[in-house]
Design a binder for this molecule. Structure first.
Ligand code: ATP
Ligand code: MG
Length: 307
């Protein structure tokens, strides 16, 4: 079932937690060397998907292959090829940063150099500090360090930069771009859409347990959603127009203003965040419509409207 260059292949993935239908019919592929972002609101099913692929959770239905192996049956050799940063780990041991990383490096056949990893996550100053004495953001950096220490072929990052200060986030981006350059395949979830846009080649948007969109970062949502918007003020009124020819419209506006400055003129290209918000909003409103249709149908059944 797996295309030949796939690192991850998922078909009709389904997961229920008791009565909670957390995932249904999710299908996507991640090519080797690709960085794929899984985006979606809280509770959409991102961590559930990732944890099934990591072999941490059982699936209810569907098929999955990760580095050619069913994650439900992956052995130690397979696990050693993965790097995992869970959404919450809270490393709090009584070892120092260096001790912990050295210890974990020992589990892998071909680990990275401990000093390089400490430097890559910006913890040089803290390498002799006990992990439990680190700040929240510094502990998160340990999680990332532990995720890459084994030199993984495939790296899972579930909201890796939550709690990072802006400088640490930029440093993390450099690290991920370097790993990409080395050919590492990466599956990332994040609520920072600028981060997803900066790091990923493709993204999937998941909402209510379904994959509602998948595509290249600069194409997701379709050409229409990416059409630039020109905004300006005219006769005291805020105006805006979507156009594939913003230069032509701007020239027209300048003309109309007799060559003078057009008040508050701007040309905005919708960002990944704009496109994401529009897609999720559309999904939410169709889910609301479906729910009210369902309620109306119940009301028209015999005795349905009788309370
Ligand atoms: N162990 C569990 N038992 C029962 N329900 C769960 C469990 N884990 C997750 N769920 C439910 O499954 C759904 C998907 O959760 P999941 O953690 O995958 O979301 P997420 O997309 O990662 O959200 P977030 O952005 O908040 O991390 C949610 O409705 C959640 O309440
Ligand atoms: Mg999650």
């Amino acid at each position: 079932m797996t295309p030949p260059d796939s690192a991850v292949s998922v078909r009709d993935l389904r997961k229920t937690y008791g009565s909670v239908d957390a995932l249904h019919d999710v299908s996507f592929d991640i090519a080797r060397g690709e960085t794929f972002a899984l985006l979606g609101p809280n509770g959409a099913g991102k961590s559930t998907t990732i944890e099934i692929l990591e072999g941490y959770r059982d699936r209810t239905g569907g098929a999955a292959e990760v580095l050619g192996v069913d994650p439900g049956r992956g052995g130690t050799d397979w696990k050693a090829r993965l790097g995992i940063v869970l959404q919450s780990t809270g490393e709090s041991g009584s070892a120092t940063v260096r001790e912990q990383l050295t210890h974990f490096a020992g589990f892998y056949p071909n680990p990275r150099n401990v000093d390089e990893v400490i430097e890559a996550v910006g913890l040089q100053e803290k390498q002799k500090t006990l992990i439990r004495k680190l700040s929240g953001g510094q502990r998160r950096r340990i999680d990332v360090a532990l995720g890459i220490i084994g030199n993984p072929e495939l790296l899972f990052l579930d909201e890796p930069t939550t709690g990072f200060d802006p400088e640490a986030r930029r440093q993390f981006w450099q690290l991920i771009l370097a790993l990409k350059d080395e050919g590492t395949t990466i599956l990332l979830t994040t609520h920072y859409l600028d981060e997803a846009a900066r790091l990923s080649d493709r993204a999937g948007i998941i909402a209510g347990g379904s994959l509602i969109e998948v595509g290249a970062i600069d194409e997701i949502g379709g050409a229409e959603a990416r059409t630039p918007v020109v905004r300006w003020i005219e006769d005291g009124v805020a105006r805006s127009e979507r156009t594939t020819e913003p230069s032509r419209l701007v020239a027209e506006l300048v003309d109309r203003h007799g060559g003078a400055e057009v008040p508050q003129l701007e040309v905005v290209r919708p960002s990944l965040e704009d496109v994401y918000l529009e897609l999720v909003e559309r999904f939410d409103s169709s889910a609301r419509d479906a729910a009210s249709l369902h309620a109306a149908a119940l009301d028209t059944t015999p005795n349905g409207g009788v309370r």
